[in-house]
Design a protein around this ligand. Sequence first.
Ligand SMILES: Cc1cc2nc3c(=O)[nH]c(=O)nc-3n(C[C@H](O)[C@H](O)[C@H](O)COP(=O)(O)OP(=O)(O)OC[C@H]3O[C@@H](n4cnc5c(N)ncnc54)[C@H](O)[C@@H]3O)c2cc1C
Length: 283
Amino acid sequence: MNVLFPATADAVLEALRAHPDARLMAGGTDLLVRRRAGAVAPGVLVCLERVADLNGVEVLGDAIRIGAATTLTAILENGAIRERLPLLRDAAGAFASPPVRNMATLGGNLCTASPAADTLPPLCVLGAEAEILSSSGTRRMPVADFVTGPGRTALEPGELLGSVTVPVPGGGTIQHFEKVGRRKAMAIAVVSLAALLRVEGGVIAEARLAWGSVGPTVVRCPEAEALLAGRAPTLETFRAAGESVRRAVRPIDDVRASAGYRRRVAANLLLRLAEKAGPAALG
Ligand SMILES: Cc1cc2nc3c(=O)[nH]c(=O)nc-3n(C[C@H](O)[C@H](O)[C@H](O)COP(=O)(O)OP(=O)(O)OC[C@H]3O[C@@H](n4cnc5c(N)ncnc54)[C@H](O)[C@@H]3O)c2cc1C
């Protein structure tokens, strides 16, 4: 196998042009597992670990840009993300274990497009935008549209995910992430919830909710969001929203949990959000 280590994004695109069947590798925590299992057998591997322009976190006024090859550890330890995007920070903290976080990247997590990918629900509720690079230019799209199904993305041959830009929510916003797995570390989500609530004058002005692992990709529930908007963040309000969530999610039975269990947990995670939102709304 031919392994290439380009140093710039342009050189990565050049390598993809020269070797149309090449596979990109970032941290390798997904790709190398699949290679060992015989699911993929790339003749040429283009590694992203030395590409400086795909790596790092940059504050751009009211947004934060995260290079696709930035590791989960770098996200977890970044001060701006900790302060302004605690939702993403908590998702990074719940991800696998320190050794895996040291290798795994944000771009790799999005490009594997797993229904259980921990960073996807947070990026969807935050309204993050994906930057896609190719030799013919750059295009952008919401991260919510970037993942098109289990294991599928909007990337065309010869394209590369360059970065993700996340708008920083304004003041008065409650950010919440919770992941339920079969154990506390090294566990793929059985269900996860990312939530963004804007609270004004003790009332929920806007709710954005996204669940992981309960559908082919991230599941939003506009009915629950509408039920929460305009109401005080009480337990009763969240319980009513939970009923619509039970109906909206489309989980499957698998080795980790039954569909019925996932449905119940998806609704119950809203009650935990209520525990956080109620006191926060009272100031
Ligand atoms: C033990 C273990 C525990 C895990 N735990 C979790 C967990 O808790 N939560 C979770 O969400 N995932 C988990 N995973 C899955 C995996 O680690 C993540 O999806 C990880 O983020 C993948 O990132 P990577 O950089 O290692 O990707 P890689 O393995 O390098 O690449 C994955 C895929 O993305 C493509 N790719 C990578 N970067 C780009 C790019 N910039 N542009 C275009 N394509 C690209 C590659 O070609 C490949 O197809 C776990 C995996 C293992 C082995």
